[in-house]
Write a protein that binds this ligand. Structure first.
Ligand SMILES: *Cc1c(COP(=O)(O)O)cnc(C)c1O
Length: 406
């Protein structure tokens, strides 16, 4: 049994009351809270070693550089990348995907095809649309059924030598659905030479990632959704892919030599890390990895799955409550609406009065909301510090909202 009480005590923010009620924080898919150990590492960086990295010969600069490179190695291990220089620090999933979409521009020609899925976050849609605008390539979308399950026969019909990129998320942020990326990857490899990008923003916090076993070309995620500070994120790329791509940003850090006539680029990973990075944040991300690994991936997945199953059971007891993707396998999040009472944001406001933080709205996924013909949903999303009592409080709150809004 997980000692949730001990885990919660490591998160000072959870100890407060909101609107006179103990805070029930169920908006972890938007951002997770940060444990003391991560906050301490962050503060220690700024109080003891703040200096710019990879530049100075002075002691603090060396210490800052060492700490950031240790963090890079922790992240390498965390996702089982083969080499540490395959780990690029970014400011989050959005920046990581934009980086790839920009860096591949020269590889993409008119009428090439890019495949994404219906279940994507806007940040895995818009950068590809912008790439299509730059190059004349076409965007294709794997459809889903009313349970939110992707229809993979689409891939059998649409993968070809024209397919240059396949980019899908491992877990949907809007519905919590786990997508069959193994099958998507094996079909893609069999029928095309496309580069495969996996958006792991909602999977990295919840289960063990192994990029070598998964055999994706790129894997991206955000630090702030897995107990690290905001403004941190990762782009993993296979060495040969990263070598092939052009840099995204130009500037300091990313050059080997620079004159007005010609610039040569630095080696990996620095080629993709122009400018001063978020050193304190990147070091704290390494500490968040320690936090996760100290608890253990299996323990985390087990606890969160139990919470999710319990939440689904409790919520389904409420009449006229619809869970989107009810029958699909999910991780981390559950998305629902009361069909006879108010709209999602009304429910969210009543829950807030009860101290319960959930996300309401479109979750940066307009196409999914359009598919289900709703403006938004209520999403409860879980982290390692959530408890079964909190699910009970949520279910009671939703019932109360239903009475008030009917
Ligand atoms: C949150 C999220 C993003 C965007 O991440 P940022 O941290 O806002 O850059 C992309 N994809 C998914 C699936 C997400 O959950």
């Amino acid at each position: 049994m997980l000692d949730t009480h001990n885990i919660r005590s490591q998160f000072p923010i959870l100890m407060q009351e909101i609107n006179g009620k103990p805070l029930v924080y169920l908006d972890n898919a938007a951002t997770s809270q940060k444990p003391k150990s991560v906050l301490e590492v962050y503060e220690k960086y700024y109080t003891e070693i703040n200096a710019n990295v990879h530049r100075g010969v002075h002691t603090l600069s060396r210490l800052a550089t060492e700490a950031m490179e240790i963090s890079r190695k922790k992240i390498q291990k965390f996702i089982n990348a083969e080499k540490d220089f395959e780990i690029i620090f970014t400011k989050g999933t959005t920046e990581s995907i934009n980086l790839i979409a920009y860096a591949v521009t020269r590889e993409i020609k008119e009428n090439d095809e890019i495949i994404i899925s219906y279940l994507e976050h806007h940040s895995n849609i818009v950068p590809w649309q912008m790439l299509c605008e730059r190059t004349g390539a076409k965007l294709k979308v794997i459809p889903m059924d009313e349970n939110g399950i992707l229809q993979l026969d689409f891939l059998d019909k649409n993968l070809s030598e024209k397919t240059k990129i396949v980019s899908v998320n491992q877990v949907s942020n809007a519905l919590g659905i786990i997508n069959p990326i193994e099958e998507i990857i094996s079909k893609t490899r069999k029928n095309s030479a496309a580069m495969i990008v996996i958006d792991g923003a909602q999977s990295a916090p919840h289960f063990k990632i192994d990029v070598q076993k998964t055999d994706c070309d790129f894997f991206v995620f955000s630090g702030h959704k897995m107990y690290a500070p905001m403004g941190t994120g990762i782009l993993y790329g296979k060495e040969k892919m990263l070598r092939k791509l052009n840099p995204f940003h130009g500037g300091g850090e990313m050059i080997a030599a620079c004159s007005f006539e010609k610039t040569t680029y630095a080696d990996l990973p620095f080629k993709f890390e122009a400018g001063t990075p978020n050193v304190g944040g990147n070091i704290a991300l390494g500490s968040a990895v320690d936090f996760i690994e100290n608890i253990g991936h299996e323990n985390i997945a087990h606890h969160e799955n139990q919470l999710l199953n319990y939440a689904q059971e409790k919520l389904l007891e409420i009449e006229n409550l619809k869970i989107y993707g009810e029958k699909a396998k999910k991780a981390g999040s559950i998305s629902f609406n009361l069909e006879n009472a108010g709209i999602a944001s009304d429910v969210g406001m009543i829950l807030d009065k009860l101290g319960i933080a959930v996300r309401t709205g479109h979750h940066c996924t307009h196409p999914i909301m359009d598919f289900f013909n709703v403006a938004g949903t209520v999403r409860a999303s879980f982290a390692i510090y959530n408890t079964f009592e909190e699910i009970d409080i949520l279910a009671e709150g939703v019932k109360k909202a239903q009475k008030m809004l009917r």
